[in-house]
Design a protein around this ligand. Structure first.
Ligand SMILES: CC(C)(COP(=O)(O)OP(=O)(O)OC[C@H]1O[C@@H](n2cnc3c(N)ncnc32)[C@H](O)[C@@H]1OP(=O)(O)O)[C@@H](O)C(=O)NCCC(=O)NCCS
Length: 245
């Protein structure tokens, strides 16, 4: 089976929701945060998915991996630094905008999906709060970085190098733009990022047994310095538009 990386549109919202929810469900500490069954959560996320893809579209960039039959089996989301300088960078990976009428329809779907979604979230504040605090601190300190916000590969397509390809696509672009990167990694992503040259900034050891979870689990904050530097000077306007597949 071979896989292709492609850019994303709002039409992918449903497939991305199914892929990502199914992927993260395999992480026990993540799954613990839900009081509803997987299929229910997928249904909520399918309704919310297209609107999520339009949020902060100036600075979010996406890639999906598809198999030979066109099924979406992997997904990554990057966040460029804020500011006009980056608005036009890597335009192929930005989700195309939609008409006002379409946006209204998408917002209605989002509202419908959100009603019961929020009721399905379980309060895990003892483990969530240290993670949020660390994430906030690092994001503040690394405002000029490209962040990897989300990485998910469907369980049926794992260990075939898809996550590595998705991450390396972002690295290739970040190096061309001269951008350092950072990421908050779950245990599954940690090895991938280490293998891609990221260095650990912070490591959190957390314990969810108080909630009936499996016990100790880890979160890693990693950083990667740009290699090679920008093709244009860092203060020389937006990065070059880059061809992507
Ligand atoms: C973590 C996750 C994204 C990994 O996806 P993946 O596509 O299976 O990852 P890869 O195939 O690129 O790499 C995983 C392993 O396959 C190996 N691999 C890489 N290329 C390969 C190839 N062509 N063929 C076979 N194996 C390969 C890698 O070396 C790695 O092995 P390792 O365990 O020895 O390090 C996926 O398990 C997932 O979605 N997990 C749940 C959500 C999650 O944790 N997301 C990450 C948040 S940071």
């Amino acid at each position: 089976m071979s896989y292709r990386l492609m850019s994303v549109t709002v039409e992918d919202g449903k497939d991305i929701a199914r892929n990502n929810t199914t992927a993260f469900w395999t992480d026990p500490s993540w799954r613990l945060g839900w009081t509803i069954p997987l299929e229910t959560l997928i249904r909520h996320n399918e309704l919310r998915g297209p609107a999520n893809l339009l949020r902060d579209r100036e600075i979010k960039r996406y890639q999906k991996a598809v198999d030979e039959d066109g099924n979406l089996v992997g997904y990554v989301r990057f966040r460029l630094p804020e500011g006009d300088k980056w608005r036009d960078a890597w335009p192929e990976a930005r989700v195309p905008d939609v008409s006002d009428e379409e946006r209204k329809r998408i917002d209605e779907l989002f509202a419908e999906g959100t009603k019961d979604y929020e009721a399905g979230i379980r309060d895990l504040s003892i483990v969530d709060e240290p993670m949020s605090a660390m994430h906030h601190k690092l994001r503040e300190a690394r405002k000029g970085h490209m962040e990897i916000e989300f990485l998910a590969v469907h369980p049926d397509h794992r260990n075939k190098g898809i996550a590595n390809r998705l991450v390396r696509k972002g690295i290739e672009i970040a190096d061309q733009l001269g951008l350092d990167m950072y990421v908050l990694a779950l245990e599954g992503g940690y090895k991938i990022y280490k293998g891609c040259g990221f260095q650990v900034l912070e490591h959190l050891e957390l314990d969810d047994s108080v909630y009936g979870g499996a016990g100790v689990f880890h979160r890693y904050y990693l950083e990667r310095k740009a290699v090679g530097g920008p093709v244009v000077g860092k203060d020389d306007g937006p990065g070059l538009p880059i061809e992507t597949v």
